[in-house]
Design a protein around this ligand. Structure first.
Ligand SMILES: [Zn+2]
Length: 254
């Protein structure tokens, strides 16, 4: 699950749409935080709400299998504050450094790392420009593909050689730090969604055509004029239509 800037808004969206997503436990945790912190429900009330949510929205829900998870979530959800951030701002000086790379893969990757570093700086004053995000996640949200796995490190090495990022190896985890952050400048680009950072960059510089999915607002490459939804939502809508179609047919057969 990509990082969510405004968890309160996301919780409301989930309740409205009944969207369980592909990581139900993360979804339940988010809702749990909302019930405990915004609606001031206690442990039991929260567990009931989560159970109800799953019963309504999760296919083949088996309460016994989820009982322990829901109980744990309802207990812990009060300790983890809901994140309520509307946007991370990017400045012109930062965009200038990136565009000087003159190579789209590097630009998208560096932009993505920049967004994460700025996000964590906003969330914690002790972050000091660290990216705090796994390499797989960076490449995925940057929409950068490589031929060989080792190329992922080569790209990062190149950026380090240019002095744009620094590395630190702690407990076998590769940590990345951005060296050109501008926390005081005026922002010229507001990032409100961390799901498709590579596309956010392309969209901003005017490379390619993009739309926001009509349903979940994800940024999507516009491949034709009929394109309205992201692939996940398109699939879901198709499944639902098929389900309703089948149900109608079953009724008329009776
Ligand atoms: Zn969508």
């Amino acid at each position: 699950m990509s990082i969510i800037l405004n968890e309160t808004k996301q919780a409301k969206y989930i309740m409205e749409t009944g969207e369980v997503g592909n990581k139900p436990a993360s979804t339940l945790f988010l809702l749990g935080k909302y019930y405990r912190q915004k609606e001031q429900l206690d442990k039991e009330q929260t567990a009931n709400k989560l159970n109800e949510f799953m019963e309504t929205n999760y296919k083949n829900y088996n309460p016994a299998l989820w009982e322990q998870t829901i109980e744990d979530i309802s207990k812990k959800a009060k300790e983890y504050p809901l994140r309520e951030l509307d946007a991370v701002g990017i400045t012109q000086s930062e965009l200038d450094v990136i565009s000087e790379l003159h190579h789209m893969k590097y630009e998208k990757l560096l932009f993505t790392m920049l967004c994460y570093a700025k996000l964590y700086n906003v969330l914690s004053e002790h972050n000091n420009d660290w990216v705090n995000t796994g390499i797989q996640e960076l490449y995925r949200t940057a929409k950068v593909t490589v031929k060989y796995r080792k190329d992922k490190f080569l790209y990062l090495n190149d950026l380090e050689k240019k002095g744009l990022i620094s590395f630190s190896n702690q407990n076998d985890n590769l940590n990345l730090k951005i060296n050109f952050l501008d926390m005081d400048g005026e922002s010229v680009l507001e990032i409100t969604d961390f799901r498709e950072l590579g596309y956010e960059y392309l969209n901003y510089i005017g490379e390619g055509k993009f739309i926001h999915c009509k349903y979940c607002k994800r940024l999507v490459k516009k491949t034709n004029n009929k394109c309205l939804y992201c692939s996940d939502c398109a699939k879901r809508i198709q499944n639902r239509q098929k389900y309703e179609w089948d149900a109608k047919n079953r009724k008329s057969e009776k």
